[in-house]
Design a protein around this ligand. Structure first.
Ligand SMILES: O=P(O)(O)OC[C@H]1O[C@](O)(COP(=O)(O)O)[C@@H](O)[C@@H]1O
Ligand SMILES: [Mn+2]
Length: 649
């Protein structure tokens, strides 16, 4: 932050101009700092040579997934099998040197080394020969998979305790020299002899998985529908390299964790709707008991879960109505419907049409003031608010979502966000107005991202309300739909459930439109838009690849609830030095089955884009940083050579 300057949310931060002299001083100061890191001429040469060489290596492998929706079991397996990539590599390396069963067993060992070794031990199959054979296989696989990484980087991927021996094994060439071959055999035999085979196998498996995926992008929607989003977040807290683009379900949970009452009601409602109360009660220590006691009293004819869902839905609709009234900017007036109900005759007016209500029973509504919470409801929501804001685990997960996440990301020429860029019917960027100021395109995303961060930092009501808008606002970049929770909960006529969506979703098939969006975010024509949010119904012939590959929608329905709709159980999009391919995960294997029968998730691979030119690290964003470091090192070299800075001997 610039000293003495306060920054308002709509404003861009710019550096004040600095004089030439100040500029030189600053440059020398930076060089001085670099000289501390590289104090000798040799150290500069060494670093320069290594960086220059790295620029020519193939770019790292990026995996993209979205819409995990709490589906912990499949995600756990997919994270361990690296979306099927390990099996492909095993196929490639061992081709006809191993049978299918042997390969399947070897893959299971890589996915779940600890458990598999325990199993082998229990079955008395963990003989020295078994260890030697599997260590040799893991070594061969690691060698092949590490060719595109500089040695220093590979070293960094190996668990510390095993680093020196594994490096030794990786870089000896037994096939070239008999002395080396003997040395190699000795190393492997000794590892087994001294009983450290299990530790080394586990360390190799860490290395292989690390080599398979350089960077993971999750394009939103961790929460809701599936049962354990908390377990997914726990699993990725320490993931080596990850970014997240917030989905509409995530922002609602983030708003809830920041203390937005309507977001809290929305989160509780969604959890009850899918019978996923475990995530709240066990995962986050949030008690639903006060709500449940109240609900079963108010709705004695319903079971406890259904009663709670009804009660929290009404609280949510009241709070949403209050929020809409105090935020005309959100343009959500059409969603304020409790005052359009005729409570005597049990119908609602939508526009000028009358729709029958599913039930005429509204025990918590005062028809004269339908948006007011009763005293009991106030107490329930206040209790829930304290549980949400005080749940250590939830706050830890939401901290992580803020730290690693954002509303969008530009990465290696590609544009990632969960939902849409709001546009007009003709594809031009749509102005969205807040506090009398119009925002569109990238500036709108930046504005919304800043407000979402401010909501968590300062928790002012208007920013907390904004989190709700992000969850379900028609012009929210996370949603882009008019979300019809009222109709879906209270009306039987399904024609009212349809949710009008932003023209963006229709236009995404048009290449020129995609290019215009990429350009708006300062990205090249060769880039791609990568979205989640809209389940792709593969079984109905829909394809995730839009506009000849300019846009890819990767919501393949990880969640069980959507398998019937999509026909598959999730996608992983992979970008490597050759282009893009998509893995469609066919069937979910649970871990127990995987271990017992060496079962895996079947994944079908489809090429999305095959490049003729290999993409190198030099072509990526990381490559640009390396180029800058190289330029700084050259400046340091010049400063050493002409005596501006004295190198150490
Ligand atoms: O499937 P449910 O529980 O009825 O939820 C439907 C609601 O979820 C939404 O589809 C949002 O969730 P997604 O972001 O996963 O699509 C809303 O548009 C819709 O109102
Ligand atoms: Mn979504």
């Amino acid at each position: 932050m610039l000293a003495g300057k306060s920054i308002s949310i709509g404003e861009e931060v710019t550096l004040e101009g600095i004089t030439m002299e100040q500029g030189t001083q600053k440059k020398n100061k930076l060089l001085g700092l670099l000289a501390e890191k590289y104090p000798t001429l040799e150290s500069v040469y060494e670093r320069l040579i290594s960086l220059q060489a790295q620029l020519g290596l193939p770019k790292g492998i990026e995996h993209f997934m979205s819409d995990l929706h709490g589906e912990y079991e499949s995600f756990f397996h997919i994270l361990n099998n690296c979306s099927g990539v390990i099996r492909e590599k095993v196929e490639y390396v061992f081709a006809d040197r191993m049978t299918d069963e042997e390969k399947a067993e070897f893959c299971t060992l890589i996915y779940y080394p600890k458990e598999k070794i325990e199993r082998m031990h229990a079955e008395r199959k963990d003989t020295p020969a078994w260890y030697r054979e599997n260590l040799a296989r893991l070594l061969e696989l690691s060698k092949l998979m590490s060719y595109k990484y500089p040695a220093a980087k590979v070293r960094g991927f190996i668990p510390k305790r095993y680093e020196s021996v594994i490096v030794e094994l990786l870089y000896t060439r037994p096939e070239e020299d008999t002395a080396q071959a003997q040395y190699h055999r000795r190393l492997l035999a000794t590892i087994v002899q001294i009983d450290s085979g299990a530790g080394f196998i586990e360390a190799f498996c860490v290395l292989v998985k690390r080599l398979a995926v350089d960077h993971l992008h999750i394009v939103g929607d961790f929460f809701d529908r599936g049962s354990r989003p908390d377990a997914i977040l726990n699993m990725i807290l320490d993931y080596h390299d990850i970014d997240i683009e917030w989905g509409n379900h995530d922002v609602m949970w983030m708003g809830a964790a920041a203390g937005s009452e309507v977001c809290i009601a929305g989160v509780v409602r969604n959890s009850l709707r899918y019978h996923n109360t475990d995530v709240l009660e066990r995962g986050y220590g949030i008690s639903l008991r006060p709500l449940s006691l109240f609900s079963t009293r108010i709705y004695p004819d319903s079971n406890a879960i259904r009663a709670s869902e009804k009660a929290i839905t009404m609280i949510m609709l009241k709070l949403e109505g209050q929020l809409i009234a105090r935020n005309p900017d959100f343009e959500m007036e059409s969603r304020r419907l409790l005052d359009k109900i005729n409570y005597n005759s049990s119908y609602v007016m939508l526009g000028d049409r009358r729709y029958e209500l599913e039930s005429a029973y509204f025990p918590t509504i005062d028809p004269k003031d339908p948006f007011a919470l009763s005293e009991e409801e106030e107490r329930i929501i206040a209790d829930l608010k304290s549980y949400f804001t005080e749940s250590e685990m939830l706050q830890k997960h939401v901290d992580f979502l803020y730290k690693k996440g954002s509303l969008y990301k530009c990465c290696n020429g590609n544009l990632l966000y969960h939902g849409c860029v709001p546009v007009n019917e003709d594809g031009s960027l749509r102005d969205v107005i807040f506090d009398g100021k119009a925002y569109k395109g990238r500036a709108y995303f930046d504005y919304a991202d800043r407000r979402a961060r401010r909501a968590y930092l300062f928790r002012a009501q208007e920013d907390l309300d904004f989190m709700w808008f992000l969850w379900c606002g028609r012009t929210s970049p996370c949603s882009g739909r008019e979300v019809k929770t009222f109709e879906r909960s209270l009306l039987e006529d399904e024609s009212t459930w349809k949710e009008p969506a932003d023209p963006y979703y229709r236009l995404l098939d048009d290449e020129d439109f995609c290019r215009s969006i990429l350009a708006e975010f300062g990205l090249p024509e060769s880039g791609h838009i990568i979205n989640g949010h809209v389940p792709v119904k593969v079984k109905k012939g829909e394809t995730p690849v839009k506009a000849h590959g300019k846009a890819i929608i990767i919501d393949g329905g990880f969640c069980q609830a959507y398998h019937k709709k999509t026909g598959i159980s999730g996608f992983t999009l992979i970008s490597n030095s050759r282009g893009f391919r998509l893995l469609m995960h066919q069937q979910v294997a649970d871990v127990r089955q995987a271990l017992k029968e060496n079962k895996d998730i079947e994944s079908v691979s489809e090429t999305v884009e095959l490049q003729t030119k290999l993409t190198t690290l030099g072509d990526t964003d990381e490559g640009k940083d390396i180029q800058e470091e190289i330029a700084d090192l050259y400046n340091l070299l010049i400063a050493y050579q002409n005596g501006v800075i004295e190198p150490k001997a």
